[in-house]
Structure formats: structure tokens, C-alpha cells
Design a binder for this molecule. Structure first.
Ligand code: SF4
Ligand code: SF4
Length: 482
């Protein structure tokens, strides 16, 4: 039983000394210089898959602009002609809805992958990760692995150091320029761009974008690296909103690993009061963002799995079970779930809802693309003249009509107009438009004088594809002057 007592100890009086104001002032610098990170190379299942995604994304990125489709580039975003070519698809600015659909699909896919496996995009497919990985690979080939690179950077100036650094930067610059060139090749026919590059005859915009993109690649992948992920990328900031306790994340099993410490193979762990972590710090040395996964989930972690790979090799060497650092969920860790239980739980309602919405939007965009009318029409009233009386005594309105052929065949379109008594087109009604081209026509439309009251009247232009049954109805107005 706890007895209380009224006897209180006399309070100690602590003398407060007067301190001169200037003595309490201290300069605190808010700037901390970034420490260079030297990630050690790593092998393992996650490194293997990262290299697979690096290879796929780069083969697609560097190769796609060179693929031909008939007489043109298969994928070309021709901003000047305001036309996007994606294999057999020809998209005009009026098809903006498909771009919106694509953005919605990308956002939902990101939510879905993040809910399932955290920063899967960051660790395996984000351009920042992919290019940092390639640049780092070049660096390793020329300067060596982590310790060799650290020694080289610490070493005094020498011819060997200069030549290694020079080779590395030449390789980086060449790759960056090729990346910038390829990027611009998505917006300007790449064959022409290549000929222009050989003749060193870039236009100002081509010059700007090739070098700007090359500079961005060189700076971000060569120097900024993890700092882009840590300080510039907004995704790192709001990812926690998409995580829950059933999201797969790279985690250190502290219960199994602690207390950490070095030991020999023969050490009795129970007797020595040691966990499975041998405190080799290899998981920190391979981390591209320089963090220690043993400190728990941190926003800097891009979920690349390098620490899991290296820790597995350590566990293998010391003869312990793998998976001290592994992809798992917080719930699985707390409840000691098996891999099967963990994966079953990953398929939770949230994931199923994201998947259903994503599939529904993909199907909707796919179907609407498949059934879309293969041409577009824009009707613009001639603003210069509202209406005029012709020499034949009719009332005439003038329109400008743009017919956009979004197919791979030359087509003829038949124009007609309706909506008012005696309304007819006085100009040519058959319009020929070459494949994937657009054509402007001036239309003069008349009604007999006195056949309609003064004012604005609704009319409809019908544009029919003579090679099929597709018809587009475009509304406009006909002005009858007082
Ligand atoms: S690699 Fe594994 S064993 Fe080595 S320090 Fe990291 S967690 Fe511990
Ligand atoms: S902590 Fe592990 S998973 Fe996270 S970034 Fe570092 S190495 Fe990659």
C-alpha cells in the first residue's frame, strides 16, 4: 500500500545568475551542406528487376522515335501541326479528352501501385531513379565501386584522377545529349532532326530543348540524384496519404534483428543476447538515399529494395534465414503473418476499388477510341462580314470550315446544310483531304431574299465521309440582316 505523508521536503532554492545578453546569443546555421552519397553496388532479386525495368524503359524511350509507321514516324507529337501520331492513331487538339483519360489512368495506376506496394514507381521506373542508376553504372565502370570512388575523391589532384573524372563526364555528357536529342525526336521527325544535328543546323527551339533536356539529365542524374527525391519531388511528401498498414514497404524486422552487433559464426545468439543483425552497415552503404532502414520507415526511402538484397546476402553468408530486411506490411509484421496471408491481405477493398475504377476507365477510353469518328470538323463564321446581299438577290453568309482527316487514307467529304427554307451551299460541296491532314474550305451559304425574318437562325452543316457512313453534324447560325 502506498502511504502518503504530509511531510514535504523543503524546496531547494536554485540561485539564478544574471547572464549578460550577448553571452546567450548563439549563431545557428540553418544550412547543412549535402553529404555526397557513394552507393555500393548490389546484386539480388530486386536489383535484377530494377535493371529489367531500366532496360525496358530505355529501349522504349530511345527506340520508339525511330520506328516507322507507313511513311511517317510511328510516335510523333507534332506540336507545330497540332497533331499527335501514335501508330495508327491521329489525334487533333479536339481529341484532348483522350489525353485527359490518359492522365486519369496514370494517376489512378499510381494510387493503385502505391496502395499495393508503396513507392514501386520511385524505386523501379521513375526517370530520376532510372537515369541515376545508369549514370552510377558509368561512374562505377570508370571510377570503381564505393570505396574506390571515395578514395579517388579524397585523393590529391593527379593525372589519374583527372583522366578518370574526364572520361566519366564525357560519357555522362554524351548520354545526356543523346537523351535530349531523343526527347526532341518525339516532337520533331527524328530522321530530319538527326540530319540537322549532323549538319549542326538546329533551329533555336530545337537547340534550346536538346540542350535544356541534356543539361537537366546531366544535373539530375549526375549530381542531384537523391536530393531530387528528397527535396524536389512532391510525390515523396504526399505518399503517406496513400499508405496504410497493409501496404507493402521495405521494412527491417527489428524484433528479429535487435539487439544488433558483430559476432562470429559460432556465437550462441541467446547467450550473447544478440539478434540477427550483424551491424555490418551494408544496408546503409547500398542505399541510394543514404538512410538506415533500421531506423524505421522514412520519407526518403524510395522502396528500391537494395537494402533487402544486400541483407539477404549477409544472412546467407552467416547462415541465418533471409528476410531480415524485406518487403512486408506493418500489419504482417505486427501479426507475424505468412507471405500468403500478407499477399491475401494486400487485395483489400481499397485496392479492389482502385482496380475496378482503373479497369472501367481503361475500357471506356479504349472503346471510345475504337468507335471514334475518323474525322473532325470545325465551323467558324466569317467575322469580317456578318451577311451580304448577292447580285442574284439572295442573302449570303460566309463560313470557314476545317475538315480534319484522322485516318490513314485519303478521303472525300460531302458537305450539305439544313435548317432554313431555301438554304444552300454555293461553293464546292466535295472536299478532298489527304490522310492525316486537315483542310480549310470557305463556304458561301445563301437563302432567297425575304424567305426568313431578320435575326439569327440556327442551321446545321452535315459533313459525310463518302467512303463510309460516318456523318458529323455541326451547328452554326445564319444571320439575316434588317
Ligand atoms: S545489412 Fe542486414 S545485417 Fe547488415 S546491418 Fe543491415 S540489417 Fe543488419
Ligand atoms: S532504405 Fe532500402 S529500400 Fe529504402 S531507399 Fe534505401 S536501400 Fe532503397
Amino acid at each position: 500500500m502506498c502511504m502518503s505523508t504530509d511531510k514535504q521536503e523543503p524546496k531547494k532554492v536554485i540561485p539564478i545568475q544574471a547572464v549578460p545578453a550577448e553571452a546567450s546569443e548563439e549563431m545557428v546555421s540553418l544550412y547543412a551542406a549535402a553529404k555526397k552519397i557513394y552507393p555500393r553496388s548490389v546484386e539480388g532479386i530486386f536489383a535484377y528487376w530494377r535493371w529489367i525495368t531500366v532496360a525496358i524503359t530505355q529501349i522504349v524511350f530511345y527506340g520508339l522515335p525511330w520506328v516507322e509507321w507507313g511513311t511517317r514516324q510511328a510516335v510523333l507529337f507534332d506540336l507545330e501541326a497540332r497533331r499527335f501520331y501514335i501508330f495508327g492513331l491521329v489525334l487533333y487538339p479536339q481529341d484532348f479528352i483522350y489525353l485527359t483519360g490518359l492522365l486519369v489512368i496514370s494517376a489512378l495506376a499510381l494510387f493503385l501501385f502505391t496502395a499495393v506496394a508503396g513507392r514501386l514507381w520511385c524505386g523501379y521506373a521513375c526517370p530520376q531513379t532510372v537515369y541515376s542508376e545508369i549514370f552510377l553504372w558509368i561512374e562505377r565502370k570508370i571510377e570503381g565501386d564505393r570505396s574506390a570512388r571515395m578514395r579517388l575523391d579524397d585523393a590529391d589532384f593527379s593525372l589519374k584522377k583527372l583522366s578518370k573524372k574526364t572520361y566519366k563526364h564525357i560519357a555522362w555528357v554524351v548520354l545526356s545529349l543523346w537523351t535530349g536529342f531523343t526527347f526532341v525526336g518525339y516532337f520533331t521527325p527524328i530522321q530530319e532532326l538527326f540530319a540537322t544535328a549532323l549538319a549542326w543546323n538546329f533551329g533555336p527551339w530545337q537547340f534550346f530543348w536538346v540542350f535544356f533536356y541534356a543539361f537537366a539529365t546531366y544535373g539530375n542524374a549526375g549530381f542531384m540524384r537523391e536530393q531530387v527525391c528528397k527535396y524536389m519531388c512532391p510525390y515523396a511528401r504526399f505518399q503517406s496519404a496513400m499508405f496504410d498498414h497493409d501496404t507493402l514497404i521495405v521494412t527491417y524486422d527489428a524484433e528479429r534483428g535487435e539487439p544488433r552487433g558483430p559476432r562470429s559464426k559460432k556465437t550462441d545468439l541467446a547467450a550473447a543476447n544478440l539478434g540477427a543483425c550483424v551491424d555490418c552497415t551494408l544496408c546503409v552503404q547500398v542505399c541510394p538515399t543514404g538512410i538506415d532502414i533500421r531506423d524505421g520507415l522514412q520519407y526518403e526511402c524510395i522502396g528500391c529494395g537494395a537494402c533487402a538484397d544486400v541483407c539477404d546476402t549477409v544472412m546467407e553468408k552467416v547462415g541465418y534465414a533471409k528476410g531480415l530486411v524485406r518487403y512486408t506490411t506493418q500489419n504482417a509484421m505486427a501479426n507475424k503473418w505468412t507471405t500468403r496471408q500478407t499477399l491475401m491481405r494486400v487485395l483489400r477493398p481499397r485496392v479492389l476499388v482502385y482496380t475496378s475504377i482503373l479497369m472501367a476507365i481503361i475500357i471506356a477510353v479504349g472503346v471510345s477510341l475504337a468507335v471514334r469518328t475518323p474525322f473532325k470538323v470545325d465551323v467558324v463564321r466569317d467575322r469580317a462580314t456578318l451577311a451580304r446581299i448577292t447580285e442574284n438577290g439572295g442573302i449570303e453568309n460566309v463560313y470557314r470550315l476545317q475538315v480534319m482527316n484522322a485516318s490513314e487514307k485519303d478521303k472525300t467529304f460531302q458537305l450539305s446544310v439544313s435548317g432554313m427554307q431555301g438554304l444552300k451551299i454555293e461553293t464546292e460541296t466535295d472536299v478532298k483531304v489527304a490522310s492525316a491532314q486537315s483542310h480549310w474550305v470557305v463556304l458561301r451559304v445563301t437563302i432567297p431574299y425575304g424567305s426568313a425574318e431578320a435575326g439569327s437562325h440556327k442551321i446545321v452543316f452535315d459533313i459525310k465521309d463518302t467512303s463510309g457512313n460516318d456523318v458529323i453534324h455541326e451547328k452554326s447560325v445564319f444571320i439575316v440582316p434588317r
